[in-house]
Design a protein around this ligand. Sequence first.
Ligand SMILES: [Zn+2]
Ligand SMILES: [Zn+2]
Length: 172
Amino acid sequence: MRPASAHLTEFFRLPLMINAFALVSCEHVMPKPKGKPMTKLTGQCLCGDISFEADGEVPVMANCHCTHCRQSTGAAFATLMFMKQDDVKITGTPKTFQHKSDAGSTMTKHFCGNCGTPMFTQNSSREGMLGLRAGVINEHEEFTPKVNVYVSSKMKATILDDGIPAFEKMPG
Ligand SMILES: [Zn+2]
Ligand SMILES: [Zn+2]
C-alpha cells in the first residue's frame, strides 16, 4: 500500500504543472524575474558629486533601445536595473528632467548637474521604483539583462543577445 503522501503528491501534481507553465509563459510575455537578492550595489557619477548604495531585490533588468533612452544616455541603449526607491540611498542631489513617455506617463531623468552623468530614471506608472543606470554601477557583473525592449528603434549597429527575449515595444 502506498503511503498517503503519494496520493497527495498525485493530487497536487497537475495544478503544480499548470502553475509552473503559467509562470514560465508569463515570464516570456513580461519577464518578471524572481528578484534575486543582490550583493550591495554602489556607484557614482564621473565627478563623484552623486553616489549611491543600493541593497535589495532587482525585479527588472532590461536593455531599452527606445529613442528617449538613447538620447538621454548618449549610448546605444539604456541598461536598467529597477529597484524599490526605498532600497537606494543617494548621496548628493541629482538634477532632474521630466518628459512624457509614448504611453503618456511622466518620466523623470536624474543626472549629475556637474558632470552630466545619467544616474537614475523614474516612470510615474511604476510608483516607488527607481531605475539605476547599470553603466555607473561598480558591481557591474551583477547586471544580467533579462530582456531587450523597444528593439524597433534600436541602432542598426546594436547586436542583440539571442538568448533573451526581445520586444518591438514595451511588452504588457
Ligand atoms: Zn558628477
Ligand atoms: Zn527607453
